[in-house]
Design a protein around this ligand. Structure first.
Ligand code: UT7
Length: 315
């Protein structure tokens, strides 16, 4: 099977910023509680934007940075749980907006916060048998429309945004070697569907999900390192799903990862689910902290339950 590398990334977040103090006017909370328990200070919520516009903007930047033309894209996957429409898939809307070819698969994938990594693995497989060797993977969320404003335990957590990556597939490149798992559970993290008779709002047992995360992320990291036969020292950068700064702090302490090798933007964006990992990748590329030749270990976890990790390289 061919391996993939990233050619370019992009991201887009809504303009409207919601601070912790703004939330303290709506629910019984405080900047001190939110910042100390989660590391979140601000999040961006859609007002004039929507899911499609965020994804289109992130994808355009990724195409520009990669120098790849839309007509050379061989597959497009949008990882999301909050698209504007159930049908058409947001990937089909993206295809139309960007002018991607019509003889390629464009579809959405829901693996909650692990969606971007599931999508990278899927596109690696698809491109291996495709005559076109470039692919577009987007993680995009409009979570603010799924927020239960009567639940102070969850309404403070989530933000909107999109991140995108253009990847290239080549026979001589190693696979990203994705490690993935799922475990059916509708209690720990749940967003009811259309037919449930309940409003489609996020509910979560935060304490149990926290415990799941701090056990799963280190195990996932170890599995990726083993699969690639390398150690923490062989990795240039670690990218974690941005759900809670305390989860990241526990993981980097456990694996003795030096501060210059990881990054947190949960303070600015909150938890953006499937968008969080590509948002980090894009910000790091924009700031020149990662780029051609970088070897990045990315790990995600979330509702489903789902978890996954992969070794991502930049071409
Ligand atoms: O991306 C998907 C994965 N999701 C996650 O990784 C989320 C993981 N979980 C978490 O990040 C944390 O569990 C939370 C930030 C969601 C909650 O933090 P916690 O330290 O687990 O708090 P808790 O739910 O145990 O609540 C502790 C107390 C409770 O009060 P009592 O019962 O001790 O009096 C809550 O009612 O804090 C209270 N509380 C709040 N107080 C002020 C809960 N939310 C708030 C709030 N402001 N927003």
């Amino acid at each position: 099977m061919n391996g993939i590398k990233i050619r370019g990334t992009g991201h887009c977040v809504p303009e409207h910023v919601v601070t912790n103090d703004d939330l303290a006017k709506i629910v019984d909370t405080s900047d001190e509680w939110i910042a100390s328990r989660t590391g979140i200070r601000r999040r961006h919520h859609c007002t004039t934007e929507n899911h499609t516009s965020l994804c289109v903007s992130a994808a355009r930047t990724a195409l520009e940075r990669s120098g790849v033309a839309p007509e050379d894209i061989g597959a497009c996957i949008v990882a999301t749980l909050s698209a504007d429409t159930a049908v058409p898939a947001s990937a089909c809307l993206l295809q139309r907006e960007l002018g991607l070819p019509t003889d390629i698969p464009c579809f959405d994938l829901n693996a909650a916060c692990t969606g971007f990594l599931f999508a990278l693995h899927t596109i690696e497989c698809l491109l291996s048998v495709s005559p076109r060797k470039f692919g577009l993977v987007v993680g995009g969320e409009y979570l603010s429309r799924l927020i239960n404003w009567e639940d102070r335990g969850t309404c403070i957590l989530f933000g909107d945004g999109a991140g995108a990556a253009v990847v290239e597939s080549r026979a001589e490149w190693p696979s990203i070697g994705a490690v993935m798992g799922t475990q059916g559970d509708d209690q720990l993290l749940n967003v009811p569907g259309l037919e449930s008779g309940r409003r489609s709002l996020i509910s979560m047992d935060g304490t149990k999900v926290f415990k799941f995360a701090v056990e799963t992320v280190p195990a996932c990291m170890d599995a990726v390192l083993r699969r690639h036969n390398c150690t923490v020292d062989d990795v240039d950068f670690f990218v974690f799903h941005q759900a809670n700064a305390r989860i990241i702090d526990l993981v980097v302490r456990k694996h003795r990862i030096p501060p210059e090798k990881y990054y947190k933007n949960v303070d600015e964006y909150g938890n953006t689910s499937a968008a969080s990992i590509p948002l980090v990748l894009s910000e790091l590329q924009e700031r020149g902290r990662i780029g051609s030749g970088s070897r990045i270990l990315a790990v995600g976890f979330g509702g489903g339950l789902t978890w996954g990790g992969a070794m991502i390289e930049f071409a």
